[in-house]
Ligand binder design. Structure first.
Ligand SMILES: *Cc1c(COP(=O)(O)O)cnc(C)c1O
Length: 467
């Protein structure tokens, strides 16, 4: 299997070669030259597999350049820090099923992809005899998932910028309690955008980037997208009976369009998915797109800080991969859409609106702070189950798209313990923390404080980077 760019300007590359590059040289995103497909017989055979075994099968369709036994070793290692089931399903009121994606080390769904990414990136670096210094900016979840997945790796170090004093106690503890030599937490005196601008400045200096072996592990990384495809298959296999060809629907709390894109891949591969329901919070640029056909990204200043903070996005980096399919894989039309965006601030697929639902099954909805509180409360009252604010956005929107006879699976993207304030506001209870979490919250913290100063950051990286 080879990978091409959504903008048509990349020589086809094998899976491992795309992992360290970020964007394709033409500014596009890597996509499979041909989407792999899975038939009904194969699906039935997969019912008996454990999660790591299923991951080996699904990822093996994408990473054909990795020998099977290497892949099996990596998926086993990636999912060892999870409970045995890895992704448990549970029912709540109203015929909804929650798909538990947050059982990993940082209590959010990003662990499922990051843990595999840590394995496969280390593998790709070994093959090439290279090292990688990951430079990133985080406002919380992504940074901690990356650090927990990459800690202790020989060929990788992490420089993670975060806005000083602007993360929750829990998020700070998750990152700063790590004392591995290859993890560098840097608290910048500024806001998240300042952190991101520093990353952009350094990553845009190609000489510095090359000399310091800088790279990223952001949400466009193919290892993350493909690892997320696995749990759509897993959830379908758990939620349906053997021999049937039952269609199910998934609701996905969405930000960067990464998670739901993986569901879209699963559907394109032949998994019987009826609807992919995109749930947005108040930052509903994607809901707007799927309702109107017009995509109009917003500025950072127009992005609201909400109580489902991991969905606070103003543009969705992975959307381009969906657009590529929408225009029949015509790279020239992708380029022209992005030119429209640059010139007019939006692009327009109003003419294709009917196809969003009919061909791809994608529908969408928006949930607000009041909706989140009401949903957390109602699920608690009727099912005695505490859900986090992002999952609540999902449950709220899922209820608008229930259809008789079609199981509705809602992806649980985080554990409520990460968002204790909102839980208290919704249902007035204090959540229990496990001994492990309590120890993490009490552990000594390791962080370097730094001014919002590009030169200081350059010097720090020069001194501490692997080479
Ligand atoms: C990242 C994240 C999301 C959004 O996922 P995307 O792949 O960016 O659409 C939703 N919920 C939680 C808890 C997250 O951490």
């Amino acid at each position: 299997m080879q990978y091409i760019s959504t903008r048509g300007g990349m020589t086809p590359l094998p899976y491992c070669e795309t992992l360290l590059e970020g964007l394709a040289p033409d500014g596009g995103l890597a996509v499979p030259e041909v989407m792999p497909t899975v038939d009904g017989e194969t699906l039935e055979r997969w019912r008996a597999l454990t999660y790591p075994q299923l991951a080996t099968e699904v990822l093996g369709l994408f990473a054909t350049d990795i020998p099977r036994e290497d892949l099996a070793r990596m998926t086993a290692a990636a999912y060892a820090p999870f409970p045995e089931e890895v992704v448990p399903l549970r029912e709540i009121d109203g015929g909804l099923t929650l798909v538990g994606l947050s059982e990993g080390p940082t209590l959010a769904f990003k662990d499922l992809a990051m843990q595999f990414l840590g394995q496969v990136v280390e593998y790709a670096l070994e093959q090439r005899g290279e090292v990688l210094n990951v430079l990133g900016a985080t406002s919380g979840d992504t940074g901690s998932a990356a650090e927990h997945a990459l800690r202790g790796k020989d060929r990788i170090s992490v420089f993670m910028l975060s806005p000083q004093g602007r993360m929750s106690t829990f998020q700070r503890a998750q990152m700063f309690s790590l004392d591995d030599d290859n993890i560098h937490n840097i608290a910048i005196d500024g806001v998240f955008d300042d952190c991101q601008n520093l990353v952009k400045a350094l990553a845009g200096d190609l000489d510095f980037k090359r000399a310091q072996h800088l790279g990223a592990v952001n949400s466009i990384n193919l290892a993350r997208i493909t690892a997320q495809v696995v749990y759509y298959f897993w959830a379908w296999l758990r939620a349906t009976d053997a021999g049937g060809w039952t269609e199910v629907s998934f609701t996905v709390p969405s930000g960067n369009f990464g998670n739901i894109l993986s569901g879209f891949f699963a559907k394109e591969m032949g998994l019987p998915i009826r609807r992919l329901v995109l749930a947005a919070n108040e930052n509903n640029v994607l809901d707007e797109f799927f309702r109107t056909g017009v995509y109009r990204p917003r500025s950072a200043a127009q992005t609201l800080a909400t109580s489902s903070p991991s969905m606070d996005i103003s543009k969705a980096s992975n959307l381009e991969r969906f657009i590529f399919e929408l225009v029949g894989r015509d790279a020239a039309r992708v380029v022209s859409a992005w030119n429209d965006l640059d010139t007019h601030g939006h692009f327009d697929f109003t003419a294709d609106l009917a196809r969003f639902v009919e061909e791809y099954g994608i529908v969408s909805g928006t949930s607000t702070h009041d909706d989140r509180l009401a949903t957390i409360r109602s699920v608690y009252e009727t099912s005695d189950d505490v859900i986090d604010p992002h999952t609540a956005d999902g449950v709220k929107v899922a209820r608008e798209y229930l259809e008789p006879g079609v199981p509705m699976l809602v992806l649980e993207t985080a554990k409520p313990q990460k968002f204790a304030d909102t839980i208290r506001e919704a249902i007035g209870i204090e959540l229990d923390y496990s001994d492990e979490l309590r120890a993490m919250l009490d552990a000594p913290q390791h962080v370097t404080e730094m001014a919002d100063d590009e030169q200081a950051l350059r010097a720090f990286i020069q001194e501490n980077a692997l080479r």
